[in-house]
Ligand binder design. Structure first.
Ligand SMILES: [Zn+2]
Length: 502
């Protein structure tokens, strides 16, 4: 199995460090706003990677962290006059909701930065003790030059011209410049600065509630973003893991700095494989919150099904950019229907086997009864084994769907459809048939029609039909109430209340 390693810039044979055990860490969301299609792409890709590795028989531990303390969260809390904790909690729930809606399985471990502050502090103490970090006015910085040529191994670029850091939202660059020994140095610990509270209603500098900080050997403050991940990888999974990744924008500085920190602490590789996915682009620009050109998952789900969104994401290989236009997903509607029709013969009883039971995620093996199906499996797996090429894997699903369309033997059709559904599920596609799903509005219209027909029956003194309608609806949990103004209905109880005579 080949995986493209961003560290070596080539495809390499994947061998886990420890036999069949695979440890994965994907950088998770900073929870301060609703997720957009770019986020859907990253976490769908990691969802497919972990599903596929489990299918291959690996014992996977998949960690996806949550950054629940960060400048952007604090900024939002200030704007909303609430606490950073409340912002983080709200948007973490929203994130879970979106992930679940997209059939993205939850990770095995979901460490949150605020749960690891003690470990983060001890990690930083270790770096200071090893001579890779220094304190400056309540901040602690990683001393990049101390790592020599080991810094820059992932991003392979010249850092001489780099700016001071991303903390410009709250502190002037010049101020940070003074504290840093080298412009490339980055913050491990951000000391509480009363100036950051200026313009808010905690102006005295005494109220640290906005700040959401912790006591540390360097005073009150909070961790930097990069150190959170190095620490959570170490404590949740171990010093060296198999796969680490996220969007390609994380490669520098985030992942470069994670490597620097972990190298500085234990001089072992942080991850053996670095996997980075390309962006979702809008008119050749990255879709991002800051550019304001994003479509939230929530909005997309109003128009498209989870399968349509997933197909849109997976039909492009993860290392290629996806161009997004408002009608980009329309073609996926027709395409998904081709697959749904192909598994139609399985009937209404068919169910996706991945029921999101996080304790039993391994799919049971499926029988491949003919040479044709074995060939299909080979093609599908060789695409996935070649750096998770979902684009080609999906093409094999469509080919199988075409074969099913041409098959006349009922039993063979059924077997092939089961295989198609199984491999679609492996990519997280559910192929649920939504053609006969009726929304709430339509249900109401149907009920009104039924009541109208029942009323016409009663007018014609056809009480038998009227009673049959009422009795049948009662068994569905729908009660009809006859009043002088006409009949109304309500759902919710299986048996109608029996009137008691007084
Ligand atoms: Zn990270």
């Amino acid at each position: 199995m080949l995986i493209y390693n961003s560290l070596t810039k080539k495809k390499e044979e994947f061998q886990p460090l420890d036999g069949k055990t695979v440890k994965i860490y994907a950088c998770g969301p900073t929870v301060y706003d609703l997720s957009h299609l770019g986020h859907a792409r990253v976490y769908t890709i990691w969802d497919v990677i972990q599903r596929y590795l489990r299918f291959k028989g690996y014992d996977v531990t998949y960690a996806r962290n949550v950054t629940d303390i960060e400048d952007k969260i604090i900024k939002k809390a200030k704007a909303l006059h609430t606490t950073p904790e409340a912002v983080a909690r709200k948007y973490l729930y929203e994130f879970w909701h979106d992930m679940n809606s997209l059939n993205i399985q939850p990770p095995d471990i979901e460490p949150r930065a605020t749960e690891y502050v003690r470990e983060i502090i001890s990690f930083i103490e270790g770096l200071i003790a090893n001579g890779y970090a220094y304190e400056a006015e309540g901040d602690v910085y990683f001393d990049v030059p101390s790592l020599g040529k080991e810094y820059g191994q992932l991003s392979k670029q010249d850092f001489s011209e780099r700016l001071v850091g991303a903390r410009d939202q709250v502190l002037a660059q010049s101020e940070l410049e003074k504290r840093k020994r080298d412009p490339r140095d980055f913050a491990l610990w951000k000391g509480y600065d009363p100036k950051e509270d200026q313009g808010t209603n905690s102006s005295s500098g005494e109220d640290k509630s906005w700040q959401y900080g912790w006591e540390s050997p360097w005073g009150f403050g909070r961790p930097g973003w990069h150190i959170e991940c190095s620490t959570m990888v170490k404590y949740a999974l171990g010093e060296t893991i198999d796969l680490h990744g996220g969007g390609e924008d994380l490669l520098f500085p985030h992942h470069e700095n994670e490597i620097a920190q972990s190298t500085g602490l234990h001089h072992k590789p942080l991850a053996r494989f670095w996997v980075h996915n390309s962006f979702v682009q809008v008119s050749s620009e990255k879709m991002s919150k800051s550019l304001g050109n994003f479509n939230t998952i929530r909005d997309l789900l109003k128009k498209y099904s989870p399968d349509e969104i997933r197909l849109f994401i997976l039909q492009t290989h993860y290392r290629n950019p996806i161009d997004f236009a408002p009608d980009s997903l329309d073609a996926c509607k027709t395409a998904i229907q081709r697959l749904v029709r192909a598994v139609d013969c399985l009937g209404i009883e068919k169910k996706a086997p991945d029921n999101q039971d996080i304790f039993a995620r391994q799919l049971a093996p499926i029988k491949l009864s003919t040479k044709e199906l074995q060939d299909f499996d080979k093609e599908f797996c060789s695409a996935m084994d070649n750096d998770f090429n979902t684009a080609i894997a999906i093409a094999t699903l469509f080919n199988l769907a075409d074969t099913i369309g041409k098959t006349t033997d009922v039993e063979q059709k059924r077997q092939y459809a089961e295989v198609l559904l199984y491999y679609a599920n492996l990519l997280g596609l559910q192929l649920t048939d939504e053609r006969q799903n009726i929304d709430q509005e339509t249900s109401k219209k149907l009920m009104n029609l039924i009541l109208q027909l029942r009323s016409q029956a009663k007018d014609k003194k056809d009480y038998s039909t009227a009673d049959t309608i009422r009795a049948t609806l009662t068994t569905y949990g729908i009660n009809i109430m006859d009043t002088k103004e006409g009949s109304t209905w309500e759902a919710g109880s299986v048996t109608a209340p029996t009137p008691t005579a007084k």
